[in-house]
Design a protein around this ligand. Structure first.
Ligand code: CP
Ligand code: NVA
Length: 323
């Protein structure tokens, strides 16, 4: 992987995305092999929004690799107001070995990556959530045993999570369907990129306003909150707009009999998903959450391999994705 940063899944080749998934599985299977790989390295974690999973999995992940993390809250840095993105980048590159950042504007992460001479990881922006999609496809691969031509139906808002699922699915040859209310479709540039990459990998990408069409014969049914962080002003009107996009047992029944249910979490139970679906034996939401840990360890190892002191790759990587 030649890229310094992990800002977008679009920045990698299909092979590089597969390799990261393979490394994630290897790390999950043999975590002790990597327990000193990033000994005494420090990850700065900048958050402009709240987090449970991202904060905990990056913190635990860097510790399991022998390093440390620093949590920098919104009040602490006050990016762009107390100090410019450029100045924050130029300070941190002298103090830590990697930056993970969660922001509103995607451009802030891109600027941080441009200015900092150290790796920058996108921990969610209004536009994308690449670490989430990587953990999600690792989960699908574990449960379903394949990714090529897997039908993944995302129901709800065409948001950051939908964008990253489109990008990762296109890279991995999956068939990603996104069903949203009219006016809430994913961004046109995300659809265009995913459609083009899917042509190379044998996957596909389809956008519809009909939830049942998307879910029909799906292997994976995925949803997310109707109003994301930062959309609070709009949240009150969304339940009526999204009412027909709730993943309930009736909609889930349109998927394959062995379909799995996924959600990036946090979930608003009773809104985008009902309890009987999220708590059903076919729900893998907590496996998904755990897999954030394993895939982010792979991402950190790959980005910091030049400063690593221990093994960062298994001697041989079996070809598993397209088995
Ligand atoms: N899925 C996810 O990123 O969760 P957090 O917002 O809690 O980090
Ligand atoms: N779309 C959600 C994802 C949270 C992990 C949000 O941005 O709030």
């Amino acid at each position: 992987m030649n890229t310094k940063d992990f800002v977008s899944i679009r920045d990698f080749s299909p092979q590089e995305v597969q390799d990261l998934l393979l490394l994630g599985r290897q790390i999950k299977a043999c975590p002790d092999v990597y327990s000193e790989a990033l000994k005494r390295k420090t990850l700065a974690m900048i958050f402009e929004k709240p987090s449970l999973r991202t904060r905990v999995t990056f913190d635990v992940g860097i510790q399991q690799l022998g390093g440390f993390s620093l949590y920098l809250s919104p009040a602490e840095i006050n990016l762009g107001q107390r100090e410019s993105v450029y100045d924050v980048a130029k300070n941190l590159e002298r103090m830590v070995q990697c930056i993970m950042i969660r922001t509103f504007a995607h451009a802030i992460v891109e600027q941080m990556a441009e200015y900092a001479g150290i790796p920058v990881i996108n921990g969610l922006t209004d536009y994308s959530h690449p670490c989430q999609a990587m953990g999600d496809f690792l989960t699908m691969w574990e449960v379903k045993g394949r990714l090529e031509k897997l039908k993944v139906a995302f129901i709800g808002d065409g948001n950051n999570v939908a964008h990253s699922l489109l990008f990762a699915g296109a890279q991995l040859g999956a068939d990603v369907f996104v069903a949203t209310p009219p006016g809430y479709e994913p961004k046109a540039n995300a659809i265009a990129w995913a459609s083009e990459r899917a042509r190379d990998t044998g996957g596909s990408c389809r956008i519809t306003n009909h939830a049942k069409e998307a879910v029909s014969a799906a292997d994976v049914v995925y949803t997310d909150v109707w109003a994301s962080m930062g959309q609070e002003a709009d949240a009150a009107k969304r339940p009526s707009v999204f009412r027909n996009y709730q993943v309930n047992s009736e909609l889930f029944a349109c998927a394959k009999g062995d379909a799995i249910f996924m959600h990036c979490l946090p979930a608003h139970r009773g809104e985008e998903v009902t309890n009987d679906v999220i708590d059903s034996p076919r729900s893998v939401v907590f496996q998904q959450a755990e897999n954030r840990l394993h895939i982010q360890k792979a991402i950190m190892l790959e980005l910091m391999k030049d400063v690593a002191v221990g093994p960062v790759r298994p001697a041989t990587i079996p070809e598993l994705v397209h088995a």
